[in-house]
Design a protein around this ligand. Structure first.
Ligand SMILES: Cc1ncc(COP(=O)(O)O)c(C=O)c1O
Length: 416
């Protein structure tokens, strides 16, 4: 969906005065003027992939062309090289590229030899893929609530959910910051559990453990998984995913499972799947990986702008920060208090501003995941968040003008 808003020539002139200088973050009277006078056409989107592409177009086009002329479309050298480059970026021993982030989770769980009925603890407030693969493998998803401020898994609730059948914890680094990995690892070590970090939304984030060592998100637990879906912080131009581990044996097993259960061609030692990152996606990711830190910084800048604009407003809660984690803002998600979310979204839509609800229905209230163990009211934080969150446009190409317009439009509605 594309939206448009308008800006006047007068505003454009004023904006150029500020263009060279680093403007202080926040809504200034000047920004408010922009909000009320915008006239010329500009598209606002939740994620602006085209503007991002245009900045690196020659390199991307060349990379794709090289793959075409090489004809090494599957398992070509680009895939191997991208894997190595991502290992270096993440400082992890093994990166195994695969077809998408859902497969990455599934393969991780297959590699750990879980048995049907084994229990896996994960967050009730997440994208469905996390629980989907658990159920698909005939394992038992055990849902626990999340923290109200940072939206990540509630570690006290993890401890309460552990039973003799628990085999693993899957913390989801939701919206771009790590769950409390210090506690997660302490709990996992105390109970001899595996940890699979779902890093689909947080690639590039850093987490510092109590010993002072900083790790990249996804490299602390037994296995980390990620998605390169186009809108992700490191996105390709199709589907893609990867699995990370520091364990040599596990890495070999993951590679084998992702490749039909074979490590020698036509010798199938286990039941596997066919999950490959294709060479074009790998080539595109190789161009984008060196920009990942800048992409994260651009998102952090936008988030800081929003934070300042909405600070101390009793009707809007800005995203809380998890101690010891950086936040790479895959999403910028507000919690509304005493505001009609539907009416706010309609107001924004009229002004050409898209918004999204991540996520509108808690996992335990989804038809496919209905379970006699769970009922409405069991996960109060998740349920409250599903009713009150709203995500604003967040991507790498946001101008101060965009941010002022969006924040100003939200405040115009909230403060009326
Ligand atoms: C938290 C989380 N886990 C897993 C996935 C699955 O990734 P993919 O869409 O690449 O299968 C996503 C994708 O949105 C996600 O957000």
């Amino acid at each position: 969906m594309n939206f448009t808003y308008e800006k006047t020539a007068a505003i454009r002139t004023k904006h150029t005065i500020f263009a060279g200088a680093k403007k202080p973050i926040g809504i200034s009277p000047w920004d408010k003027t922009i909000c009320s006078k915008m006239e010329a056409v500009k598209k606002l989107q939740m994620v602006d992939l085209i503007s991002q592409y245009n900045k690196i177009k020659p390199e991307i086009d060349q990379a794709v062309q090289n793959v075409i002329t090489s004809s090494a479309y599957i398992n070509g050298p680009e895939v191997k090289t991208f894997g190595k480059e991502l290992e270096e970026y993440l400082d992890v021993k093994h990166v195994i590229p695969c077809a998408n982030g859902t497969d990455a989770l599934q393969i991780a769980m297959m590699a750990l030899n879980f048995k049907p009925g084994d229990e896996i603890i994960t967050a009730s407030f997440t994208y469905v893929a996390t629980a989907e693969v658990i159920a698909l493998l005939q394992l038992k998803p055990v849902l626990v609530d999340v923290n109200p401020d940072d939206f990540t898994i509630d570690c006290d609730a993890i401890e309460r959910a552990i039973t003799p059948r628990t085999v693993a914890i899957v913390p989801v680094h939701l919206f771009g910051q790590c769950a409390n990995m210090q506690r997660v690892m302490e709990i996992a070590n105390a109970h001899n559990l595996y940890v699979i970090e779902d890093t689909a939304q947080a690639i590039g984030a850093d987490y510092t453990m109590a010993n002072g060592i900083t790790y990249k998100a996804g490299t602390i637990g037994t296995i980390g998984t990620t998605s390169f879906f186009p809108s992700k912080n490191l996105g390709c131009m199709g589907d893609g995913g990867a699995i990370f581990t520091n364990d040599d044996q596990l890495a070999a097993r993951i590679r084998m499972i992702a490749n039909h259960g074979q490590s020698v061609q036509y010798h199938h030692d286990d039941i596997g799947v066919n999950s490959r990152l294709d060479s074009m996606q790998a080539a595109i990711l190789r161009v984008k990986l060196p920009h990942l830190n800048d992409y994260c910084q651009a998102r952090q800048y936008a988030a800081a702008y929003y934070d300042k604009a909405f600070a101390n407003n009793p009707k809007i809660k800005t995203p809380g920060r998890m101690a010891n984690s950086t936040h790479v803002f895959h999403q910028y998600t507000l919690v509304l208090n005493g505001v009609s979310r539907t009416a706010l979204r309609e107001h924004l839509e009229k002004k050409g501003i898209p918004s999204m609800i991540y996520y509108p229905i808690p996992l335990h209230m989804q038809k496919a995941y209905t379970d006699p163990r769970y009922k409405h009211g069991d996960f109060p934080v998740t349920e409250q968040l599903c009713d009150h969150v709203i995500s604003l446009p967040m991507h790498t190409e946001m101008s101060d003008e965009d941010l002022a317009y969006i924040a100003g439009s939200v405040l115009e509605f909230i403060n009326k």
